[in-house]
Each structure stands twice: as structure tokens, then as C-alpha cells.
Design a protein around this ligand. Structure first.
Ligand code: AMP
Length: 317
């Protein structure tokens, strides 16, 4: 399959690499690293990594502005299981398309689809592709892919870290003598304001009968703590391994898009099917959703609470 992708990359001179809305390090690192690897391999090709960025991830590199052309174009979509969540491809006239993703299957919308739900991250798939084709690599490209992989496994804490993850990581650390503290520092350095904000979340998190922890984050709170609106989404990863909580979520106002953004994590019950009922989806233990009011968020919390109840009955009683 990777060879087929390589062939398509070789054929097209205009290549656009996209990924999901609500950028995260796995999505952005995979697209930037793949872009840089293609340019390193084929210096005359025009390759664009597109979509809305976030100042939080500037260490991963710069995204590109793209003006649609009549030239035959290859579209590569990374880390996105469904077309509606691909960021910024409206108006692009592409001749051929490829999807590389590690989410549970949602729909087929590309000519070639490489889907591996067992993979820790899209970055892991890109490393495997680069190692198994003639695509070129260097320390910087591999370092970014390592950062995306580390972020999506939450430092190898999640169940998606498997033997194949450790094997490929061992290989790249050996081959490129990666400066781990520097790479981790890019990912995890944060201002004190964010730590104080995390303290607010810990202090104010509500917990349901069966262990759903939730917190509402309004813009007033975001402004009070002087944090980035994407901070809530990052902090949600820090609430794992709390005895009283099986599933936890942040409920954040998103005035720009006139919606309420939900980030959900779990250390047992499967949450993506519940998220799918609330304009969401994602992985079994890391999902997101969108709701239109706090009343709707409460319905989601109730559904998650029922999942926890079932999980407790099946596993602890
Ligand atoms: P987040 O909480 O935003 O970090 O998202 C966790 C996971 O859920 C990621 O794999 C996202 O791609 C996915 N996800 C987040 N929001 C949505 C949504 N509204 N619809 C489908 N998947 C989502």
C-alpha cells in the first residue's frame, strides 16, 4: 500500500496535504513532516500543508497558503476519518486522493485509503511509510514525527502504545540520536497561567455517581486565567489515573464557531459511540463532540454516566 502512495506522490507535481479541523500535534506534525520529506525527495514538486494552525504548535513548522490551480493535483488527507472534518479543502480541484489515518473507520472518501486503527498515531504510519519507501528523511523530519507520536500516545500512557510503537520509536531514536529533552520541552513547556488554570479545573470539576468528571469552561474563565482557548483541550489529557473518575470531559464555549466544544477522555468505558450522537466521534478512549447548549451537554454527561455504570457492572461487580 505504501508503495502505491509513493507512486502517486511521484506522479503528481502539485500536492496538497490536509488534516482535520481543530489541529493537534499528531495531525500537524504528520502533514509538515510528510511535506518536508516529499520536497527533500523531489525538490521540484510543489507541496502544500494546509489548514488553520495554532500558535501553540509553531515549533512544528509553518503551514502554507494554497491558491487552487488547474494543474493536476494530488490530495493527501491525514489523521481524518470523515470528509466533513477535513480542514480547508473546499474549492480544491483534485485529480486523485489518498487518506492515511488511525481513527476508527467512518467513511471512504479517497482513492487510496490506508487505515490502521491499531496504530498509535498518524505520525507512526508516516514514519513506517518513510522507512518503507524511497521517501527521504532527516533528523528534523523524524523529530517532528516523534513529537506527534508522543503527543497522541500521551507519552506512551494510552492503550494505543503497542509493541509496534515501541519498535519504531526505538529504531528512530537509534538512527537519529534524537534529543529527547528538547523535543519534550517543545511539547510540554507551558506558562504558569495554564498550570493555575489546571488548578481551577481540579478544584471545580463535578463528578457524577458513576465517575464522569466534567467542567464547564466559559470565556470569562479563559479570560480570567489569561490562557489560550485551546488550553482546555490540552489540559484534558492531564486527568488520567484519578481513582474517582473513569471518564472526564471539558465543556468549552467556542464563540467564534457559535458552538460548545467537548473533549472527552476515558480510562475504560468506550466513549466514541456516545460522542457520535453529539456531532462528534474519535477514538475509543479519546473523543470530541459539539453541542449547542449546556442542556445538551448534560444529556451527553448522562449518556457517559450510563456507559460508566455498565462498565463498572461488567468489570467490578
Ligand atoms: P480532542 O478532544 O479535540 O483532542 O479530540 C480527541 C479525538 O476526537 C481526536 O482524534 C479528534 O479527531 C476527535 N474529535 C474531536 N472532535 C470531534 C468531532 N466533533 N467529531 C469527530 N471527531 C472528533
Amino acid at each position: 500500500m505504501y508503495k502505491k502512495v509513493y507512486k502517486a506522490i511521484k506522479k503528481y507535481n502539485n500536492i496538497v496535504i490536509a488534516r482535520h479541523i481543530g489541529v493537534d500535534p499528531d495531525a500537524m506534525a504528520s502533514q509538515i513532516a510528510l511535506r518536508d520529506s516529499i520536497i527533500k525527495t523531489f525538490p521540484n514538486k510543489k507541496v502544500y500543508a494546509i489548514g488553520n494552525g495554532s500558535t501553540k504548535f509553531t515549533y512544528l513548522g509553518k503551514l502554507d497558503k494554497y491558491e487552487p490551480t488547474e494543474e493536476p493535483t494530488l490530495l493527501i488527507v491525514l489523521d481524518t476519518p470523515d470528509k466533513r472534518r477535513v480542514d480547508g479543502i473546499e474549492g480544491i480541484n483534485y485529480s486523485y486522493s489518498i487518506k492515511i489515518d488511525h481513527h476508527p473507520f467512518v467513511e471512504k472518501f479517497c482513492d487510496i485509503e490506508i487505515m490502521n486503527e491499531e496504530s498509535s498515531s498518524t505520525c507512526q504510519l508516516i514514519i513506517e511509510m518513510i522507512y518503507n519507501t524511497k521517501l527521504k528523511r532527516d533528523k528534523e523530519i523524524i523529530g517532528k514525527l516523534f513529537q506527534g507520536l508522543v503527543s497522541d500516545t500521551n507519552r506512551f500512557l494510552f492503550q494505543n502504545s503497542t509493541a509496534s510503537t515501541f519498535k519504531i520509536v526505538s529504531q528512530i531514536v537509534k538512527d537519529y540520536n534524537l534529543d529527547l529533552p528538547a523535543l519534550y520541552s517543545d511539547l510540554y513547556m507551558r506558562p504558569l497561567s495554564e498550570i493555575r488554570f489546571q488548578g481551577y479545573i481540579s478544584q471545580n470539576m463535578q463528578v457524577t455517581e458513576n465517575g464522569v468528571g466534567y467542567i464547564e469552561i466559559t470565556n470569562t474563565i479563559i479570560n480570567k486565567f489569561n490562557v489560550d482557548s485551546s488550553s482546555a483541550g490540552n489540559i484534558v489529557n492531564n486527568f488520567n489515573y484519578i481513582e474517582d473518575i473513569l471518564v472526564w470531559l471539558t465543556i468549552s464555549e467556542d464563540n467564534k464557531n457559535d458552538t460548545i466544544k467537548i473533549s472527552i477522555r476515558s480510562r475504560g468505558p468506550e466513549i466514541n459511540k456516545v460522542a457520535e450522537n453529539y456531532r462528534g466521534g474519535g477514538h475509543r478512549f479519546a473523543s470530541g463532540a459539539r453541542v449547542s447548549s449546556m442542556e445538551e451537554a448534560k444529556l451527553l454527561i448522562n449518556d457517559l454516566d450510563r456507559e460508566c455504570e455498565k462498565y463498572i457492572k461488567e468489570n467490578f461487580e
